[in-house]
Design a protein around this ligand. Sequence first.
Ligand SMILES: *[C@@H]1O[C@H](CO)[C@@H](O)[C@H](O)[C@H]1NC(C)=O
Ligand SMILES: *[C@@H]1O[C@H](CO)[C@@H](O)[C@H](O)[C@H]1NC(C)=O
Ligand SMILES: *[C@@H]1O[C@H](CO)[C@@H](O)[C@H](O)[C@H]1NC(C)=O
Ligand SMILES: *[C@@H]1O[C@H](CO)[C@@H](O)[C@H](O)[C@H]1NC(C)=O
Ligand SMILES: *[C@@H]1O[C@H](CO)[C@@H](O)[C@H](O)[C@H]1NC(C)=O
Ligand SMILES: *[C@@H]1O[C@H](CO)[C@@H](O)[C@H](O)[C@H]1NC(C)=O
Length: 360
Amino acid sequence: MPPPFTAAVLHLLLLLPIAAGQRFRGFSYLLDCGAENATTDSRGLRWDPDGPYVSAGSSSALHVEGLLDPTLATLRSFPRKPGAKFCYALPVDPNRRYLVRPTFFYGTSSPRPPAFDLIVDGTFWTAVDTADDSLAGSASHYEAVFPARGRNLTFCLGVNANYTDAGPFINALQVIQLDDTVYNSTDFKTSAMGLIARTKFGSTGDVERYPDDSFDRYWQPFPDSKHAVSSTHNVTSADFWNLPPPDVFNTALVAEQNAPLVLQWPPIPLQNDSYYVALYFADTLDDSSRIFDVNINDYRFVKDLTVTSAGHSVFATQWILSGLTRVIVTSKSVLPPLINAGEVFGLFPIGRLTITRDGK
Ligand SMILES: *[C@@H]1O[C@H](CO)[C@@H](O)[C@H](O)[C@H]1NC(C)=O
Ligand SMILES: *[C@@H]1O[C@H](CO)[C@@H](O)[C@H](O)[C@H]1NC(C)=O
Ligand SMILES: *[C@@H]1O[C@H](CO)[C@@H](O)[C@H](O)[C@H]1NC(C)=O
Ligand SMILES: *[C@@H]1O[C@H](CO)[C@@H](O)[C@H](O)[C@H]1NC(C)=O
Ligand SMILES: *[C@@H]1O[C@H](CO)[C@@H](O)[C@H](O)[C@H]1NC(C)=O
Ligand SMILES: *[C@@H]1O[C@H](CO)[C@@H](O)[C@H](O)[C@H]1NC(C)=O
């Protein structure tokens, strides 16, 4: 029998690589807003208190039973000063782009959670309204990709007197540096990207995240029992500039023989505008390939795309969408069409002005 300390040493050895494995490249922040101490979540990610990066607001704890996500247990709230904005300043590399994901969870649906604006480096991003999620008992995530515009990235919550009569709040903030090839077809000198949908087709499981996705992007499941297929292929995601996590290729939607695959996706209607659309494909059979045409609504997105088990992605940097979107994949080969994953982002101009002022 080994001496008792061996087990402890083994434990340390096993645990260390997990802790050290949280290595987002470059500058990255996982902030647990309003928290006093760091906390580690179930996937081994360490969340730090937000205090060093923000000077305004006050902390409070939520008293909600059975929270799965420990970062939801505290929040930072700001006063309702009409027109004020309250900012986080995070040192970044001025030559890189960053995924920015705030999370909001008010804990109760009554009174109605406050609504407010988000502003990054002076650019208006979006209005936050968590009322529907709150009624459903879930947290609200917003996600965008912004280029750094200086040595600090400023993420601000803006009081907007038009919405509600309570101040802004925030539970968690992630700012994660992306590799230079990720979304590199977007001109980040003029545009930022706001996420609309990132989907793992055919998945019924949990959201696909870190560590499979090295930037902790969230790939939402999209169940469809009629067409879902799982496969266990070894797609090497480094072959894709956007670096999708290998596991998104473990599921797919596959049409019936001689029928096109028709998806209503993204699941929400869009306003008439330009969007970034990326679609990911990998043949579910080994040493096999298929040829597809992909249409989005009434327009040809790509023609004669050859998809092998090594995987392939196609994207459009500025594609006009309006209302509900239909993606239609037609096979021009013997095997039926399929799709594994997709992303849609809205594009918005950097420097879009705001009417709010700095508040302390
Ligand atoms: C934070 O850590 C300190 C020192 O370990 C401890 O005294 C305090 O109770 C902790 N605070 C919370 C909210 O857990
Ligand atoms: C950048 O942010 C850090 C941390 O919030 C702060 O200490 C520093 O003063 C900021 N620098 C500038 C130039 O704003
Ligand atoms: C409030 O709404 C009015 C009218 O729609 C608009 O002119 C004004 O800019 C809005 N204020 C803010 C802070 O968004
Ligand atoms: C994106 O990155 C890839 C890999 O480095 C490169 O081949 C490609 O030209 C880049 N695309 C753009 C638009 O910069
Ligand atoms: C997948 O491919 C990688 C790199 O080629 C290889 O190291 C790994 O063993 C493969 N895994 C499986 C399950 O085939
Ligand atoms: C969308 O906007 C463009 C130009 O702004 C216009 O030409 C087009 O007809 C609009 N499409 C729809 C469906 O409203």
